[in-house]
Design a protein around this ligand. Structure first.
Ligand code: SF4
Length: 344
């Protein structure tokens, strides 16, 4: 019996190869894939153009046919799903309705080695990297719930560039028509910054978008907020600009605002000087973690910070936090689930 990810493992080699592995003619691979990945149907009984015997075999082998959703919080606008992975553990993904369509935020690692102070995902370090099908499985889970997303962002648990192998494997499933055909320009990888990782991503030939999580331009403050950052920020920004040049994709800079910590005029000026005129910044207020020391600034504080940047020629977008409840912070839903199920 499959674990909900077996179908993605099989289709990794292509739709005809999947059919062959199931003992079926090549065209059956396309038929099954169309039902699951294009029409969002996971019940084999509903796959009306398949013979009864194949429907029964699919139900028997791939039970469940999609990844198991263990818990969910939020609403239609932004819903966080806790999705089971291969070893029975779970990762978070978020389905967000945006004006341009559905956006799904996925996790790339189980836990995170970076340990940002304001994030629940990094509290207990890294457990392991996710395999490509475990990452793409989160998109499958969200797509079966809603529809094929227009945009996938790697901004959930983990540092994607520290699991580039798994991420590139997931991109094969998400972009190359094996499972989905999401354009590379509609995929965003968010990183705290690892120069070698950015160079490897560029060398892979994948022309996805890159987002650099800055959070503080001052080196001492950044070292406090992001204790295990792989490289110093100026080197990361230089690598990001080289990536922008090589890929033709605009890089964005992510800045999580923490009231009274990194939201002063001086912090804004330092940030503008670092990234330069014409750069694009996404501002977002922190989602407070249970027992954490940080809070988001009021709307006026965010607006003031944005004005400092805009006054220096930086383009600013203010982002809304996804989900407004106690489990909205990255990693918190899984942390509660781990506690309840003694999975630690
Ligand atoms: S914010 Fe991102 S990089 Fe930092 S600990 Fe959380 S998951 Fe890791």
């Amino acid at each position: 019996m499959g674990d909900g990810l077996e179908l993605l493992r099989l289709v990794r080699e292509g739709r005809p190869a999947m059919a062959e592995r199931l003992g079926q003619p090549a065209y059956r691979g396309s038929q099954i894939a169309q039902w699951v990945f294009e029409k969002g149907i996971s019940d084999p009984e509903a796959m009306s153009n398949l013979p009864k015997s194949l429907r029964a075999a699919l139900a028997e082998r791939f039970r469940p046919l999609g990844p198991r959703i263990l818990e969910r919080v939020g609403d239609v606008a932004a819903e966080k799903l806790l999705v089971q992975v291969a070893d029975g553990d779970a990762v978070e993904c978020v389905a967000m309705e945006r004006p341009w369509g559905l956006s799904v935020c996925v996790s790339s690692q189980l836990g995170c080695p970076v340990g940002c102070r304001f994030c629940a995902s990094g509290r207990h370090g890294l457990k392991r990297n996710l395999a490509g099908e475990e990452i793409a499985g989160q998109v499958l889970a969200a797509a079966l719930e809603r529809r094929v997303p227009q945009h996938v962002v790697f901004m959930g648990m983990g540092e994607p560039l520290l699991n580039l192998e798994g991420v590139l494997d997931a991109l094969c499933l998400l972009c190359d028509g094996k499972a989905y055909s999401i354009p590379e320009r509609s995929i965003t990888l968010s990183t705290v910054g690892w120069v070698k990782g950015i160079e490897r991503l560029a060398a892979s030939g994948r022309r996805v978008r890159l987002a650099v999580s800055v959070h503080a331009a001052d080196p001492a403050l950044r070292a406090t907020l992001i204790p295990r950052q792989p490289d110093p920020l100026p080197a990361v920004v230089a690598a990001a600009k080289r990536y922008e040049e090589a890929s033709g994709r605009r890089v964005t800079y992510e800045y999580t605002l923490l009231a009274g910590v990194n939201d002063g005029t001086g912090h804004g000026t330092q940030l503008a000087e670092l990234i330069g005129r014409g750069a694009h910044v996404n501002l977002i207020g922190v989602n407070p973690v249970e027992g954490g020391a940080y809070a988001a600034p009021h709307a006026q504080g965010t607006a003031r910070f944005g004005e400092v940047l805009e006054g220096r020629g930086v383009n600013v977008t203010v982002r809304r936090s996804a989900g407004g409840d106690a489990d909205a912070a990255c990693g918190q839903l899984r942390a509660r689930w781990v506690q309840r199920n003694n999975m630690g």
